[in-house]
Design a protein around this ligand. Structure first.
Ligand code: DGY
Length: 330
């Protein structure tokens, strides 16, 4: 097909070209800056003609944007989470929405364990002390942390990532509680995981890790009431979505020591501004939403997002579609 007849695709952020190689010869692309925090104004003139949108989790795709893109035939999110997208509005326009599940499960579970271990063993503080000259001698009572072996991990949300974390935690000798729809009995047995209600999980766990998607039901699900149920020695890890935790309540919990520590890959707001009081909490470890940030994982996420995009442009079913109802009664 002549270049000018290829469908136009908006890619909201510039990405390494090799990640987008599959798109070559299949569409025309306009690409936003790598550091765009919003839908970049330079892309707006192209909305009227765009047939495909390849976006990141930071870009809200709502009515207002969809109304300006009447030719859009596919939205492809380079993320497993899609809370940035008004899926109902896309479905109403029969626009399939793609996401990238599976390829980031292991990397996200690995980072969850890294955060859990770092918080349990006070790695940021210990490293800072070593660099800054406070490593005077081998200190029998210095930098003491919490054991994982024998401790109870509460997994809130037992989807793919929750399960991958549970498997890793089992390898560390942890006991497992979880909340979610029940796992098949053989999986429960294999993991040694017991299903309990959230308040019970919070009361009993030494570590709590969050793996729920952000939905109206999960928004703010960890607030003052829930944090007060946790043990004063407990550590909260969030690699899900920032708004699952109420930030003001978490700050108070850390300041007033209702819990021992938190380790966050995601925050609300995001990015967390540099002067935010959570950074001043020595018992709060914060990293900038990097759970899926390995070379292989990010490349595979981009490739899967390309697969979804191309399927949508070619009128095929998306390999990973979050609103398959768009294919009903066609
Ligand atoms: C996702 O994919 O939803 C993660 O938050 C980013 O890797």
């Amino acid at each position: 097909m002549e270049e000018q007849n290829l469908p136009l695709v908006i890619i909201t952020h510039s990405l390494p070209t090799e990640w987008l190689a599959k798109l070559e010869g299949k569409c025309r692309t306009v690409i936003g800056p790598w550091d765009a925090t919003h839908f970049d104004p330079s892309l707006e003139p192209y909305l009227a003609e765009a047939e495909g949108l390849f976006c990141l989790l930071t870009i809200p795709v709502r009515e207002e944007l969809l109304n300006r893109a009447p030719k859009l035939r596919v939205v492809s999110n380079m993320a497993v989470g899609y809370d940035n997208i008004d899926v109902a509005a896309c479905t109403a326009r029969r626009i399939p929405v793609g996401n990238t599940p599976g390829v980031l499960t292991a990397a996200t579970a690995d980072l969850t364990m890294a955060l859990l271990l770092a918080a349990a063993r006070q790695l940021p503080q210990a490293s800072k002390d070593a660099r800054e000259g406070r490593w005077i001698t081998w200190s029998p009572a210095g930098w003491l942390g919490a054991d994982l072996d024998g401790a109870t991990l509460g997994v809130v949300g037992m989807g793919k990532i929750g399960r991958a974390v549970a498997q890793r935690a089992k390898g560390f000798g942890m006991k497992l509680l979880y909340t979610d729809i029940p796992l098949p009995p053989e999986v429960e047995t294999e993991l040694g995981a017991q299903r309990v209600e959230l308040p019970e999980l919070l009361r009993q766990s030494d570590f709590v890790t969050l793996h729920v998607p952000l939905t109206p039901e999960t928004r703010g699900m960890i607030g003052e009431e829930q944090l007060r149920l946790m043990k004063p020695s407990a550590i909260l890890v969030n690699t899900a979505r920032g708004p699952v935790v109420q930030t003001a309540a978490l700050l108070k919990a850390l300041q007033e020591k209702w819990i021992a520590a938190a380790a966050l890959d995601v925050t609300d707001p995001e990015p967390l501004p540099p002067d935010h009081p959570l950074y001043a909490q020595p018992n709060c470890l914060i990293v900038p939403h990097i759970a899926s940030a390995t070379h292989n994982t990010r490349r595979r996420m981009a490739e899967l997002a390309c697969d979804n995009l191309l399927a949508g442009l070619e009128g095929r079913r998306l390999p990973n579609c979050v609103n398959p109802e768009v294919y009903e009664n066609v």
